[in-house]
Design a protein around this ligand. Structure first.
Ligand SMILES: [Fe+2]
Ligand SMILES: [Fe+2]
Length: 154
């Protein structure tokens, strides 16, 4: 059987992959909150904070620094940008909190998996060393400090 060897993440984009890890944790926290019967409002407050602090700048870095290495016409870049747009709409919809949280949890996880399994591999295969280094240089990694006090998932 032809098993594709997993591609090692290039050092220059490892910080973005670390940010993905925190995005996946947000999805886990939303799921855990629901399982424990935490009110949607409490989960929303945290989700909104995480979005403003971490996710928006992350989307921005990808769109400004990373995706241009493949070009805006590339199918995977188009897909990722459309998903960012869709996710931003969800994070900004304050009317149907419970439903929206469920969608965020599902769609953010799918988006991150797509970037990690497909798009980031395509980018690091297409880009040369200097281009990847430029991303590393310009990207200020978001240091996640868990200052949020209402840790409903613990
Ligand atoms: Fe993304
Ligand atoms: Fe991402």
């Amino acid at each position: 059987m032809d098993i594709k060897k997993p591609i090692k993440r290039h050092r220059a984009i490892q910080p973005l992959s670390r940010e993905h890890h925190y995005g996946l944790q947000l999805c886990w926290k939303i799921r855990t909150g629901f399982q424990r019967g935490v009110s949607p409002a409490r989960i929303w407050n945290y989700t909104d904070w995480f979005y403003q602090q971490y996710l928006l700048p992350h989307f921005d870095t990808e769109e400004k620094l990373l995706f241009p290495l493949l070009g805006n016409e590339h199918a995977s870049v188009k897909k990722a940008v459309a998903e960012h747009r869709r996710l931003k709409r969800l994070f900004e919809d304050r009317e149907h909190v419970q439903l929206t949280l469920n969608r965020i949890e599902e769609e953010l996880e799918k988006h991150i998996r797509f970037e990690e399994r497909v798009l980031f591999n395509e980018i690091q295969e297409a880009a040369d060393e200097a281009q990847l280094q430029a991303v590393a240089l310009l990207h200020v990694e978001i240091k996640i400090s868990e200052t949020w006090e209402d840790k409903f998932w613990e």
